[in-house]
Design a protein around this ligand. Structure first.
Ligand SMILES: NC(=O)c1ccc[n+]([C@@H]2O[C@H](COP(=O)([O-])OP(=O)(O)OC[C@H]3O[C@@H](n4cnc5c(N)ncnc54)[C@H](O)[C@@H]3O)[C@@H](O)[C@H]2O)c1
Length: 272
């Protein structure tokens, strides 16, 4: 189990929304936190507001994430908790997506997590006390939504690689642990994701504001600090899944039953 009190934690996407909520909760529980974000001005402002260290990073760039890891090691000498949370959530139906659209979403949401694991896992494994990796996915991995094809693909990738990493570390008897945060609706700035799109990258993705959408009005929207509390609970209890909306299980179970029906439709070794 990873001790939060006195730990050194890194949170990507920490200048806004869920990342900021996680950082604030980690600080409240006694961690020293580095928030890292593409928004170079905002990350310093937020760091000053919440008592963290702010570092500019582009998680889609492996070298940028490696420099972040070097900076954390130079300043603190070790790292205990890494939260790969930075992400974008624009919308576009599959027929309209350009390859630039796909690359942007995959580079931030999927490769951003890969780069975080690649840069920080060796440092966590060298830490005699072990540590904890938290990767942010989405409830959409369990309940895929139309219009979010690239997003869902990126987040399913995060869930899949996190599960394998969790299992490999457990098989090795490692004291490095892995959790996934698959949030349901959280009030954040994800509705303004296009602001992070690299200049010169074309495409048809648009911002989607689910919070102001009548169809989503009845959903239970939570605040980022609550997502932060759910994440620290998962770290303290070493839970693989940090669930924000447990009441959604019947919807997920209904999808599982459709999958089960496919498995049961034909007996084994029957091909027509
Ligand atoms: N808000 C929700 O309802 C919700 C639901 C499911 C999953 N999520 C996930 O939660 C995570 C956080 O999103 P949020 O809702 O807090 O949105 P947000 O826009 O408030 O915060 C995302 C942060 O990531 C940063 N970022 C974007 N691209 C980056 C890059 N290339 N490198 C470094 N930082 C980058 C942004 O500057 C921003 O500060 C994302 O991975 C998102 O997919 C959010």
């Amino acid at each position: 189990m990873t001790q939060i009190q006195g730990s050194i934690a890194v949170v990507t996407g920490g200048a806004s929304g869920i990342g900021r909520g996680i950082a604030e909760q980690l600080i409240a529980e006694g961690a020293s936190v580095v928030i890292a974000d593409l928004d170079a001005d905002r990350v310093v402002e937020v760091a000053n507001e919440i008592g963290a260290t702010g570092v500019a990073v582009d998680v889609s760039d492996a070298d940028s994430v490696s420099r972040l890891a070097e900076q954390v090691m130079a300043q603190f000498g070790r790292v205990d908790i890494v939260v790969n949370n930075a992400g974008v959530g624009p919308e576009g139906r599959m027929i309209d997506l350009t390859l630039d659209d796909w690359h942007w979403v995959m580079n931030v949401n999927f490769y951003g997590v890969v780069h975080g694991v690649h840069a920080f896992l060796p440092l966590l494994l060298k830490n005699v006390n072990g540590g904890h990796i938290v990767n942010t996915a989405s409830m959409a991995v369990f309940l895929p939504l139309e219009g979010l094809g690239a997003y869902v693909a990126s987040k399913m990738g995060v869930l899949g690689m996190s599960q394998v990493l969790h299992d490999e570390l457990a098989s090795d008897g490692s004291n490095v642990h892995v959790s996934v945060l698959p949030p349901g609706p959280v009030r954040t700035n994800i509705k303004n994701s296009l602001r992070h799109r690299p200049e010169g990258l074309g495409g048809n993705l648009t911002d989607v504001d689910l919070e102001s959408n009548d169809a989503a009005a009845d959903l239970r929207w939570i605040d980022p600090i609550d997502a932060g509390r759910i994440v620290t609970r998962a770290i303290r209890n070493n839970d693989f899944l940090a669930i924000t909306h447990p009441e959604w299980w019947p919807l997920i179970d209904a999808r599982n039953q459709v999958t089960q029906a496919s498995f049961e439709k034909y007996p084994p070794a029957v091909y027509d």
